[in-house]
Design a protein around this ligand. Structure first.
Ligand SMILES: [Zn+2]
Length: 91
C-alpha cells in the first residue's frame, strides 16, 4: 500500500475521504478530509484489501479498532452517498 498522493510507502497514518485512500503524514497536512488511523486499523484495512473474501471471517482485531473502523466506514459511506452531512458532528 502507498500514499495516494506521493506514492510514499512509509508513515501511512491517515485515510483520505477525498482521495479514497491512505495518505502519508506530509500529504495529510494539506487535506482536510483525512482521518488519523491507528496501526491496528491500518493492519485491518490492509488485511481486508488483500484477503480473499472467505478469509474475512477469520481474523481478530482489537475492540477499539473495530470502533475506529466503524467510524471510518460511516464517514466514508456517508460522504460517498452524498448525504447532507457535517464532518464536525462526529469530532
Ligand atoms: Zn504522501
Amino acid at each position: 500500500m502507498e500514499c495516494v498522493s506521493c506514492k510514499n510507502k512509509e508513515n501511512l497514518t491517515f485515510f483520505s475521504i477525498k482521495n479514497n485512500g491512505l495518505k502519508c503524514e506530509n500529504c495529510a497536512k494539506s487535506d482536510k478530509s483525512v482521518i488519523r488511523i491507528s496501526n491496528a486499523s491500518l493492519y485491518a484495512i490492509r488485511y481486508i484489501v488483500m484477503s480473499e473474501l472467505k478469509k474475512l471471517f477469520s481474523f481478530n482485531i482489537p475492540e477499539e479498532s473495530i470502533e475506529e473502523l466503524k467510524l471510518i466506514s460511516k464517514i466514508y459511506l456517508e460522504e460517498k452517498l452524498e448525504k447532507s452531512y457535517k464532518f464536525e458532528k462526529i469530532i
